[in-house]
Design a protein around this ligand. Structure first.
Ligand SMILES: Nc1ncnc2c1ncn2[C@@H]1O[C@H](COP(=O)(O)OP(=O)(O)OP(=O)(O)O)[C@@H](O)[C@H]1O
Ligand SMILES: O=P(O)(O)OC[C@H]1O[C@](O)(CO)[C@@H](O)[C@@H]1O
Ligand SMILES: [Mg+2]
Length: 529
């Protein structure tokens, strides 16, 4: 994936053990130390007294009593939401989004109805991104900013409808596009965006077919959308508009946006799609176009930074459980049965970890964030021998990106530039069969690869609700005049984040998190190295 890391600044610390960059802490928590050493620009202290922080824009010296204030000022700048009023001098108008039927949203001449309901979100409302106060960087899963793990408030912007809006609904043309791989809930989000736009009074709503490709590929026509047309699309999986990978040419896309006179663009997709949405937002700004680009994070992999989860993840986990259950039944019923399930996750093991936890039927869970060996005294194969001896059967769940270092790389990439992974499932199946043949122990290996089944289904109840809220909030964000933002859930609250903050790297399982430890407790597996 061709996302770029942001420009770096440096942290300075008097404590030698403090070597964790901001990005590393976001990805792994404080126990995972692979930060780069550097020379602190301010104090000129040599490494390792100072650490390169990839997502900070200011230099922090923790000896400076005002470091917290500096951090917070930088934080506020980073999480400030880009608005169309940054480039235009626009006057807002009262919203047309009414919280109650049969009432004038503008209120009576005293303005009382709207004020009384308190149903609108204020632009100064914030939600806290982090709520745990860690007493030490050594606490499980700790995410600390300074060596003492001081409490620093990290506020982000609350999502929802505003009292004042920056578009005339009757004049708005809104477009929706779905990019990347399929994901349960795409249709639910499309449907809610259309419903909410219509509630504001928008009449011109279109779908762009087959991802970003629909903007420039000849013969792909935009699809007019309405409540009537999308009313039941949530009953099916997939995307009503179609998806695609690759072919993103920002300037051509923005030419097309300009030619089609699109005012609001809703972009549903993962990391790559968000990078594309941000590039479109930047290009629109450069051309001084009054266009709001709002993203909704979609991916079964759950690998987007800062948010609790992406839509589709819960459903994928639920479906994955079914595959695990089949593997369990097969293994349990066979003499020396070994059930092996490979689950998706391009760069992270969230689906494998959560499906293993929720099924309760997995003896070995392997994810890319935790290296393992197959052979040798502490290898997976020796543990399988032990499981066959002691319980007679076993179930393994392996994430598709796990153990890539054990396999030959093809070097191939897909149309979007994502690396095509080597097949760890097939490799493990062969290795297990060979191993038990070699040691003369019968083993009945059943391999299940439910790959596309976990994402080609309709959203479950919890995802359907998430999609509803995120889709509606995306429209509120556009009407509020924001652009270059994503509509997501952080710490159980619905918020807007600037896209730039969520695309610096894929989110990965923290091997020091309580969740991974719970998974290990549940499977009972040892360390495999
Ligand atoms: N850095 C980037 N800048 C602009 N566009 C990008 C960038 N990375 C990817 N894209 C475009 O975004 C679209 C989707 O990207 P990608 O195929 O990586 O899926 P994704 O959004 O990451 O979702 P998934 O979770 O299914 O992988 C593609 O059309 C791709 O060309
Ligand atoms: O085969 P496709 O459609 O390119 O997608 C495969 C990838 O898409 C995902 O489902 C979502 O990113 C990954 O888990 C998987 O690696
Ligand atoms: Mg991706």
């Amino acid at each position: 994936m061709a996302v770029s890391l942001k420009s770096s600044g440096s942290f300075c610390s008097t404590q030698l053990q403090w070597l964790h960059s901001t990005r590393d802490r976001l990805l792994y928590g404080s126990s995972h130390s692979n930060a780069k050493e550097c020379t602190c620009k301010k104090t000129k202290r040599p490494a390792p007294l100072c650490v390169k922080a990839t997502s900070m824009k200011v230099e922090l010296d923790f000896n400076d009593p005002s470091w917290k204030q500096k951090f917070q000022e930088d934080w506020d700048k980073r999480f400030n939401l880009p608005r169309i009023t940054d480039i235009y001098d626009l006057k807002p108008r009262p919203t047309t989004f009414s919280l109650k039927k049969n009432r004038s949203p503008a209120g009576d001449e005293n303005g009382t109805p709207m004020d009384k309901w308190n149903g609108y979100v204020n632009n100064d409302d914030r939600a806290l991104l982090k709520v745990i106060k860690y007493s030490s960087p050594n606490s499980a899963g700790a995410e600390c900013i300074d060596p003492d793990c001081s409490w620093v408030e990290q506020w982000v912007h609350r999502a929802g409808p505003r009292k004042e809006i920056y578009y005339e609904p009757e004049e708005v043309k809104a477009a929706i596009v779905t990019c990347g791989g399929l994901c349960p809930g795409l249709n639910d989000v499309i449907r809610q965006i259309v419903f909410t736009l219509e509630t504001y009074g928008v009449k011109n709503i279109v779908g762009i077919p087959f991802g970003y490709r629909g903007f420039f590929e000849k013969g792909l026509k935009e699809m007019p959308l309405s409540r009537h047309l999308v009313e039941n699309i949530n009953l099916a999986g997939g995307s009503f508009l179609g998806v695609s990978r690759g072919g993103a040419k920002t300037s051509e896309i923005v030419d097309s946006i300009q030619a089609r006179r699109i005012d609001m663009l809703f972009v549903l997709g993962g990391n790559g799609t968000h990078a594309g949405a941000n590039a479109i937002h930047e290009e629109c700004r450069k051309r001084k176009l009054k266009v709001s680009v709002v993203a909704v994070p979609k991916t079964i992999d759950n690998d987007i930074l800062l948010m609790d989860k992406t839509f589709g993840f819960d459903t994928a986990v639920e479906e994955a459980q079914r595959a695990i259950n089949s593997a369990y039944i097969e293994a349990r019923s066979a003499y020396h049965g070994i059930g092996l399930v490979k689950l998706m996750g391009r760069s992270s093991g969230f689906i494998a970890m959560h499906a293993s936890l929720s099924s309760g039927q997995v003896d070995v869970c392997l994810i890319p964030e935790v290296p393992f060996t197959l052979d040798g005294e502490y290898g997976v194969l020796r543990h399988l021998e032990h499981l066959l001896k002691t319980k007679g059967f076993c179930v393994i769940c392996v994430a598709e990106a796990a153990g890539q270092e054990l396999l030959q790389k093809s070097g191939a990439t897909d149309a979007s530039g994502n690396v095509i992974l080597s097949d760890i499932g097939v490799h493990m199946q062969q290795k297990i069969k060979m191993h038990f043949k070699d040691i003369g122990v019968p083993a009945d290996v059943k391999y299940i690869d439910p790959t596309y089944m976990v994402r080609a289904c309709r959203a479950n109840a919890s995802d359907a609700i998430l999609c509803t809220v995120l889709g509606q909030n995306a429209v509120h964000g556009a009407f509020a005049g924001f652009s270059g933002i994503t509509s997501c859930i952080c710490n159980t609250h619905y918020v807007y984040l600037p896209i730039t903050e969520v695309i610096t790297a894929p989110k990965r399982v923290n091997p020091n998190s309580r969740m991974w430890h719970r998974c290990l407790t549940s499977t009972g597996q040892p360390d495999f190295h």
